[in-house]
Write a protein that binds this ligand. Structure first.
Ligand code: HEM
Ligand code: HEM
Length: 201
């Protein structure tokens, strides 16, 4: 017996989340790879990145749907449930952030804020020229790159496992899933097997 394959389009990321994400990526990568002299443009981009994170935090409370922290905040109960599901080969498709992705997302936001803080302190009379602060700033920058690398790799890996292009979803705002197929162990998934009338856009 073969199940029919239905394409499901789920609108997940609003415009603010998408613009915020890619602008943050641009600021961080530019500051790390191109403008790391600590001068004007570097500081400016660093403050823009911190401002984007601040705005994203506000949006986590004021926004709607999957942008809200309440939608994905990784409470211990959610994390444990997610790990159990992963272990059992079930429930891999979250419309918004999955709990592990949410932990990473919050970590990345926190490190950008710490970079803004340690960067700002270096410009003050009190801490100007402090070696330990420079080293701390540098360590946060390296940690950010490491975590961002893991984050990007996880996005690519989960895209393959879920057979859903998560990166394109962060561009268009829409996750395109195919029902009737469980990419996890090749079985039919109760989550993915949605009837046609449940196509959401
Ligand atoms: C410095 C680099 C990066 C930072 C700081 C960063 C940060 C973030 C944050 C904060 C989110 C949560 C979005 C929100 O809810 O507002 C996110 C999600 C996401 N990012 Fe990144 N990101 C970076 C690089 C990348 C790269 C290079 C890719 C592509 C390979 C990528 C792909 C994604 C995807 C697909 C999501 C959504 C994950 C999901 O479906 O749950 N990110 N990122
Ligand atoms: C996205 C945020 C940021 C990233 C990724 C970042 C990254 C970096 C990196 C990689 C360096 C070079 C460290 C080295 O010399 O090897 C650096 C230096 C520096 N950054 Fe940032 N930074 C950010 C934000 C800021 C902000 C907001 C400020 C200040 C307002 C700032 C001030 C400085 C200063 C003064 C230095 C020079 C330190 C030194 O003399 O070695 N940064 N930053």
């Amino acid at each position: 017996m073969s199940a029919s394959i239905v394409q499901i389009r789920i609108r997940v990321w609003d415009r603010f989340v998408r613009i915020c994400h890619w602008s943050l990526v641009a600021c961080v990568l530019t500051n790390y790879y191109l403008v790391d002299d600590g001068e004007g443009l570097h500081q400016w981009l660093g403050y823009v990145a911190s401002g984007l994170v601040g705005a994203r935090i506000v949006w986590g409370f004021a926004g709607r749907g999957h942008a809200r922290f309440a939608d994905f905040f990784p409470t211990p109960r959610r994390v444990v449930a997610h790990l159990r599901e992963l272990g059992a080969g079930r429930g891999i498709s979250h419309d918004g952030h999955n709990p592990l992705g949410a932990i990473m997302m919050l970590t990345l936001l926190a490190i950008v804020l710490l970079l803004g803080l340690t960067g700002f302190l270096q410009t003050t009379d009190r801490f100007w020229g402090e070696e330990w602060l420079m080293e701390m700033h540098e360590a946060f920058a390296s940690a950010l790159m490491l975590f961002a690398g893991v984050h990007a790799a996880a996005a690519i890996l989960m895209s393959r496992i879920e057979r859903t292009n998560l990166i394109m979803a962060m561009v268009t705002g829409v996750k395109v899933r195919r029902s009737g197929v469980n990419p996890w162990r090749g079985r039919h998934s109760p989550i993915l097997r949605l009837p046609e009338h449940e196509i959401r856009d």
